[in-house]
Design a protein around this ligand. Structure first.
Ligand SMILES: [Zn+2]
Length: 144
């Protein structure tokens, strides 16, 4: 078994807000991130798959297919969008780095031929990222 990671970038806007909370509570928890006009980030996505190396091709996965699926399922949906308003999963869930990683996992799971999704890592900034290893990997209660 070997792991292989492919990266992609997208830029998107978001804000943090929970409709179940008062404005004061949103301000207390989310601070300036609660500004409902939103703000942008240049996100970096790393998708890691695991599988066995094909002895003939030397590949674990069809890299072109993996790139196309990441583009189709994630980048084309998220890039240059306002996540809160334009991406269905964030109509209700707060688009934190953590929830974005979970949502991307769900978009990609089972769709990459001949490989198993191992990890989704989302960088919101170079010094902040979230890792998701799938629903069974000790995942607790999640809002999305
Ligand atoms: Zn932000």
């Amino acid at each position: 078994m070997i792991l292989l990671t492919r990266k992609a970038d997208f830029s998107a806007a978001h804000f943090y807000w929970n409709d179940a909370w008062s404005e004061a509570e949103n301000q207390r928890v989310f601070g300036k991130c609660a500004n409902r006009q939103g703000h942008g980030h240049n996100y970096t996505l790393e998708v890691t798959v695991k599988g066995n190396v094909d002895p003939e091709s030397g590949f674990v996965v069809d890299l072109k297919a993996m790139k196309d699926i990441m583009e189709q399922e994630v980048v084309s949906v998220y890039d240059h969008r306002h996540l809160n308003f334009e991406v269905p999963e964030f109509q209700t869930a707060v688009p934190t780095t953590e929830n974005i990683a979970i949502a991307i996992w769900r978009r990609l799971a089972g769709k990459i031929p001949n490989a198993t999704l191992y990890r989704v890592r989302v960088y919101e900034m170079p010094d902040l990222f979230a890792d998701f290893y799938g629903e069974g990997a000790g995942a607790g209660r999640s809002s999305i």
